[in-house]
Design a protein around this ligand. Sequence first.
Ligand SMILES: [Zn+2]
Length: 427
Amino acid sequence: MAESKHADLEAWETALRAAVLSAGAKVLEQLLQGIGSGREPRAIICKCGARMESQGLKHKEVLTILGPVTYWRSMFQCPACQSTRYPGDEEFDIMETTRSPGLRRMMARAGSRSTFKEGRDDLKIYAGIEVSAKDIERVAEGIGQQMDAWVSQERKEILQDHGLLRPEKTIPILYISYDGTGVPMTQEELTGRKGKQVDGSAKTREAKLGCVFTQTTTDGRGFPVRDPDSTSFVGAIESAEDFGWRIYGEAARRGLSKAERVVVLADSAQWIKNLAQMHFPEATIIIDLYHARQHVSELCKTLFVRNEKKIRQQRIRWWTDLDDGKVEKIIRQTQQLLPQDAEAKKKAETEIHYLEKNTEYMRYAEFRAQGLFVGSGVVEAGCKTLIGQRLKQSGMEWSVRGANAIISLRCILTSGRFEDYWESRAL
Ligand SMILES: [Zn+2]
């Protein structure tokens, strides 16, 4: 009997993949030949208006998902201003980059999902592609910026002409929800900014995240059901005003004009309310129930200092009142319980004032009876996963530019628009 052969399947498959990729790269190199070179049927015109002249073939190494390939194409130069153009590069979407579109797409995805180093390791293991972590960072950030530009161009067009969007059917309820979360920043991005550190300095800047989703029905028990795959996100580190237009544009894209009912779900940070009143004046504003409960908890702690049992008992009662939408009752009762201590009294009054200001946004019993969501869990989960898991890992420090690029990428990915972006480039 013949001796059993020793085999190492993993070594074979890895070696074969490398061989197949390398053979594929050779085929690809052949396919590229002759494109973007030879006689141009049309005149190549410079930005300055002059007709450019061919300077013959130049080559560049293009890194593709099959490996490096050499690409020969014609270079055109402007006799007037000396600018150069490579029509072949334009055709293949590799202007000013040596990474192919397919590779860039992988690098952007890898860099948006985990750290740039992990992205590098993933690409090596999953695809046999070797690039540096720095390279992934550069490409992912570049594409994130281009995606942001794509989204803002789209927003501009939508806001100029709502007719561009013709949602086929009306949307029963459109929700708009937003929140903020701190992103750790490099020193340069923080100089002169006030923050929550003991010495008044800042370690983070606030990224604003918004989401839009829709609801068509309630379940058998009357609880609201979010339409599947209906949630899209936008976000950035930017001023409240700029963010206002960003989320408004997203709501418009998602069919704001066709919504029978618009609901803004948020905690009650003042900028959030201002935004709602400026951009969505017709909306029902609902303060997230869990934020409201937190305020009531704080109130209990201030009123019944250290009396744990009393704090617990009263909290349950008032939470029930809150659920029933009886905010006035809570206010009335707390006013009779104001503490003697001046500082505690002031604190309690601040919380009471919060309840007074927001009474109309806390009619939870009514909202529930109408089958509406009363918690902003979707956007809070977004802050944790979309921003926190990628941008708030220990030791991370971001530039505004870098953070915004990655936030853009992750918003596009999470909103299921990654392919739309690449298709828009291929047009
Ligand atoms: Zn020119």
